[in-house]
Design a protein around this ligand. Sequence first.
Ligand code: ZN
Length: 351
Amino acid sequence: MLHILLTFDYELFFNESYCSEKEILIDSTEVIRKALDKEEIKATFFVDTPCVYRYKEIGQDLFPTMVEQQVNELLDDKHDIQLHLHPSWFKAQYEGEKWKFEQNDYSLDKHDNPVELIKKAKYTLDSLAGSNSNYNCCAYRAGGFCLSPEEEILNTLYRLGIVFDSSVCCGVKMESVAQTYDWTGIRRRGQWCFNPLEGVRSIGSNSCVMIEIPVGTFAQIPQKWSLTHGHPKLNYPPFKGKASPVEEIRKRNKIERIKDRLVASFTTPVLFSMDSLHFNALYKIAQDYMTVSQKENREIYICAIAHPKFSSNESVENMLQFIKKVRNHQKNGIDFITFSDAYNRLDIIRQ
Ligand SMILES: [Zn+2]
């Protein structure tokens, strides 16, 4: 059986914003929540708490209050609240009614005290949701998939009671000023156990105590082209903010850049992303994982990813079409679960 975890990275922009926090995050999450509730589907929201921490720190309580209320409503509805961390917020400065970010602060390895920052982020989440009986923080997703310094992060998470990581997207790599990660060395279909002392690549080691449930990817050629080019593109309203710049570390010349792009088009997998993929493409990726699950006769757990800040009525409708298609065609082969559901099956998953 294939278990899909619908996950939403609950966060603001780390660059210029063109709308209010309410419009960017609270209202768009509400649209998603209503859509999920209509289908009786439970999802996981990875809450970026350093942002809440900084708003509180400078005495702006309106946004943290809205987040607290929404997080608790989601929990009351049996959705899942887990930990997400974009550390640039810790050093963000509020100037002229705008947040200013240093792109160099984007990942934890650029900070002196990653352990302290993870603890701060986790305690902030506890302060928002800790009194809700449905709260069970057991999973982490690194901001921008940057899980570095890996062993320090994983050990701290484990000591805080977090047993799932969801920062990996197998086969994908990024090398920019802000964001650097390389998951090209991992070619796994579905989840695996690992030892936090040895890192996320210590697949199947003797003392496997943590579990990676990665964000799904699809790498086969030529099918992957039809996923992105074979379906109508989703139409989006103008973005509510600016994405972090993906400025290259090394300035390459034009020919090198074209060559890189060509190589990447063969080697970079497609992400199981509800932000951008047509529902038929999402369904094909799900089918592919299900085929592996049936062939290898094992349970597979995999995440689909989306961001409320990028969502639109059309993308939410597209997600619903995907859910309905799975339910109509694969009712017995695929289900939708949360990280808390996975936590309740921990012993089975670890086997
Ligand atoms: Zn994020």
